[in-house]
Ligand binder design. Structure first.
Ligand code: HEC
Ligand code: HEC
Length: 478
């Protein structure tokens, strides 16, 4: 909200950067896991501030090979390394500095794609990697950390939280649409051919091991230990753009990438509402948690996954990043209000969608218990847990390290430019979300393929066709 950003100005002017990782704030940061004894215990304040800070170097756009300016690679080789992060005085200086952090790579080797891939026409044809109208790939960039050495950097926020619309517009912060997990699957397939199946199998099983939850009586994530390579590759290929098996999630029930535009109005972060969002410092904590220090957490008796010095964003980088994320705005909406959308708004109210998707944010910011989870009594007032159930697939919130037993009510803003929908991104379109066929056995969804029907959230499924199209037209104006 514009209001919030303006309200920050006096603080910005004084450049009062909050201290990100304090023991007190971190202790209350997260909603406990569904199995509370296994809730993560994070790295201490003292240990956090011993982690070295990330240096951010100037980055350069990556172009589709047909759109790269002549001599570009040679020119890059001649560039001096430059350290770029400098927040400055005014609020707009901070927004600009935050944009640098958002796009700053955290990885300099191949993750979803390699330096060779992004310069290979065939890679785009095979994976459908979107290209922006100006010929650039906003999901990655070239970096010069050492003169003469041009590296492909990725896994900044931009890799997952940037969307290229069908007209080539780049929308920073929107639900991403680079097919990352499919590109990763392709890399495994090629890797098996060149480096040998055993080596690749070991690598992918190592990746899958991070998702395991040994405290579950029957941990579905353990399946990866005995799955053949083809099945593991197929698991990656089942994940559409806009959904991704991020750390601490699961390859088998990966989450939808949320839209960050409007995040300042949400009280909980992640589909399971794991992380509380009490103010800007919590967004700073969230960012360093997922990018830098999640691996240092202890889960019950389970020792930390990561060792070693690690690396982290500085407090100033995180503050600038959070200010930038709060400043993000949706693209101009081509869907205007009409008689049909006015009727759709009436349907929305008549069907009581607003009870959960309450305007103006189109979420009431509350948590809903998943099937099979009994919320502790004190959670009701502490976190605003609703008595109602929506009955979507409980696995993401019961069988992953982000699982609280709840799903939050998502905001419906921006549904016209984003998708797939549902917490695992099962369906590609709103039409499909409101199609009762998805409830039937044997249904094959168009988004993340669970191998079965898409149960739950039965609201609006039985509407007469005229009401349904009016409702959808209304939703597209939000
Ligand atoms: C590898 C892909 C990836 C990268 C890189 C990434 N994210 Fe995310 N992000 C996700 C996914 C997937 C989720 C959903 C997780 C869930 O719901 O459990 C998410 C969730 C979030 C949320 C919660 C939003 C909400 O409404 O629930 C915020 C905020 C966020 N990311 C910010 C960032 C920032 C800032 C960065 C960079 C510092 C970043 N992310 C980097 C994939 C990514
Ligand atoms: C009892 C609360 C509740 C009611 C009532 C409700 N919803 Fe939802 N809605 C949710 C929850 C929770 C989710 C997330 C479900 C999931 O992904 O597991 C959701 C998801 C959605 C999504 C997908 C959003 C996305 O980004 O993936 C749409 C669209 C939606 N609802 C529209 C509606 C409409 C339209 C109505 C009325 C016909 C409605 N909802 C009624 C709670 C509710």
């Amino acid at each position: 909200m514009r209001r919030v950003v303006l309200g920050l100005i006096p603080i910005l002017m004084a450049a009062q950067v909050p201290r990100t990782w304090t023991d007190a704030a971190v202790a209350e940061l997260e909603v406990p896991l569904a199995n509370p004894a296994s809730s993560p215990v994070h790295i201490s304040e003292e240990a956090y501030y011993k982690i070295p800070e990330r240096t951010l170097h100037k980055t350069y756009p990556v172009y589709h090979p047909d759109r790269e300016p002549a001599g570009y690679q040679q020119w890059l080789k001649e560039q001096e390394p430059q350290v770029v992060f400098a927040p400055g005085e005014t609020p707009s200086d901070w927004v600009r500095a935050g944009e640098i952090v958002f796009n700053a790579p955290t990885s300099f080797g191949p993750v979803f794609f390699s330096a060779e891939d992004v310069r290979d026409r065939k890679f785009y044809e095979e994976t459908g990697m979107p290209v922006a109208a100006d010929g650039t790939i906003p999901f990655a960039n070239w970096v010069v950390r050492k003169k003469g050495q041009v590296e492909l950097g990725s896994m900044g926020c931009n890799t997952c939280h940037t969307r290229v619309l069908s007209d080539g517009t780049t929308v920073p912060g929107a639900q991403g649409n680079n097919p990352g997990d499919r590109q990763g699957a392709r890399m495994l397939r090629l890797g098996a051919r060149f480096a040998g199946e055993d080596k690749i199998l070991e690598r992918i099983r190592g990746f899958a091991a991070q998702f395991e939850m040994p405290w579950l009586a029957s941990d579905p994530n353990r399946r990866a230990r005995s799955m053949p390579l083809d099945a593991l590759i197929a698991a990656g290929e089942a994940i559409p753009p806009g959904v991704t098996a991020r750390s601490n999630t699961s390859m088998f029930v990966p989450p939808q990438v949320p839209d960050l535009i409007g995040v300042q109005d949400r009280r909980f972060l992640d589909h399971t509402g794991l992380v509380r969002h009490r103010g800007i410092a919590d967004l700073m904590r969230y960012s360093t948690l997922v990018q830098d220090v999640m691996g240092f957490a202890r889960y019950g008796d389970l020792p930390p996954r990561a060792t070693g010095p690690g690396i982290r964003y500085s407090d100033a980088q995180l503050y600038a990043l959070a200010i930038y994320v709060y400043s993000l705005r949706p693209p101009p909406n081509p869907h205007r209000e009409t008689e049909q959308t006015a009727r759709g708004r009436e349907v929305f109210e008549r069907e009581k969608c607003h009870v959960c998707h309450a305007p103006p944010f189109y979420t009431n910011n509350r948590l809903i218990p998943a099937p099979g989870f009994r919320p502790p009594a004190k959670h009701k007032s502490l976190y605003g847990v609703m008595d109602r159930r929506v009955d979507t697939d409980p696995r993401y919130t019961l069988e992953t390290r982000k699982g609280t037993g709840y799903y939050k009510v998502p905001s419906l803003k921006g549904v016209w430019y984003r998708g797939p929908f549902g917490h695992n991104g099962w369906v590609m379109t709103l039409e499909e979300w409101f199609d009762p066929a998805r409830l039937r056995d044997g249904y094959v969804a168009s988004g993340f393929r669970t191998g079965g029907r898409v149960p739950g959230h039965e609201y609006g499924l039985k509407l007469p066709p005229g009401d349904k199209s009016a409702l959808l037209a209304f939703l597209r104006t939000l």
